[in-house]
Design a protein around this ligand. Structure first.
Ligand code: 5GP
Length: 114
């Protein structure tokens, strides 16, 4: 059985966080240690550990993550200038929380990642 992480507690509102959006599939909240002026995490409500665990049945959840990212980008007024979406996977990808999540970063010109 996959281990629940801090993100499950945020989704279930057992711990405090700045939730911007929630529906039956996904939750979006501000990162506690923002790496840019806007830094939001978009996560599925169910535990999928990382991209390696993604299955066909998750298509709708993954699609919703993109829809919510675009919606929040507009809400935060970073859609026109642009932003970056990142999903880290495992050690080499720099994933620290093993509950798949999309980082939405913006609000300034971001440096190259490669
Ligand atoms: P990763 O490195 O796994 O891709 O990103 C995990 C992110 O989760 C980090 O940017 C980190 O700051 C954020 N994070 C970790 N714990 C918490 C928390 O308790 N609350 C919130 N809002 N963000 C968290």
């Amino acid at each position: 059985m996959a281990q629940e992480t801090i993100f499950s507690k945020i989704i279930n509102r057992e711990i405090e966080s700045d939730i911007l959006y929630q529906d039956v599939l996904v939750t979006a909240f501000r990162d506690i240690l923002p790496k840019a002026p806007i830094h939001v995490l978009i996560v599925p409500n169910i535990l999928i550990q990382n991209v390696n665990q993604v299955k066909q049945e998750h298509e709708m959840i993954l699609g919703r993550m993109f829809i919510v990212a675009a919606r929040i980008a507009k809400q935060e007024k970073i859609d026109k200038k642009g932003y970056r979406l990142i999903i880290n996977c495992n050690e080499h990808g720099g994933q620290e929380v093993h509950h798949i999540h999309m980082h939405l970063l913006g609000g300034k010109k971001l440096g190259p990642i490669l």
